[in-house]
Design a protein around this ligand. Sequence first.
Ligand code: AP5
Ligand code: MG
Length: 190
Amino acid sequence: MINIVLFGKPGAGKGTQAEFLKEKYNLTHLSTGDIFRFNIKNETELGKLAKTFIDKGDLVPDEVTIKMLESEVDKNQHSKGFLFDGFPRTLAQANALDEFLLSKKQSITATVALEANDEILVQRLLERGKTSGRIDDQDEEKIRNRYQEYNEKTAPLMNYYKNQDKFHAVNGIGTIQEITERLSKVIDNL
Ligand code: AP5
Ligand code: MG
């Protein structure tokens, strides 16, 4: 069983790459952002709560996010492994995930990061905002706030995984196919 954390700044291509990797490695793809958006669309209590944070580009509180993620993992008990996309995003989430997996006699195999320059990514998100309907893609101030949240709360996870010898980075700029190949090379060597 392999469990991969797909890591990267907003717009780095996590969701795009996950679509290919989940097929190639037979993994269950769990994107916390996608799960929140599904709940927002269906106007669930969780969705209403999450929306108040997401629309501003703030992270949703750990407690809510961790509970949701654990319940998604539990829904997929027969999975051959997970591809975590957009989770963990804080040290508390990373600790909770390690403990949760340990309780199932499992662990994170590796964290693979897509690296890219902020300015390129901001442009990508603004471009997507024209058609995505995502409120958090639509103005530059909200997008910049997502980068601030990333820098303050998520970037420290690189050291968390480096200290466990689990951190691998690939260049996230190139064609989608080139990047899939770079990620596959890392995963094949695990
Ligand atoms: P989430 O949905 O995770 O959004 P994000 O990480 O901010 O960014 P994206 O998902 O938009 O980017 P991505 O890296 O998946 O890139 P994509 O493939 O889409 O989170 C949204 C919000 O939910 C958060 O702000 C927070 O409020 C909340 N949330 C989620 N998880 C949470 C957590 N764990 N804790 C607390 N709160 C949480 O690609 C982006 C664009 O680039 C697309 O248009 C794509 O077509 C394009 N693109 C992709 N690859 C390439 C390429 N190689 N070249 C050119 N363009 C490309
Ligand atoms: Mg995504």
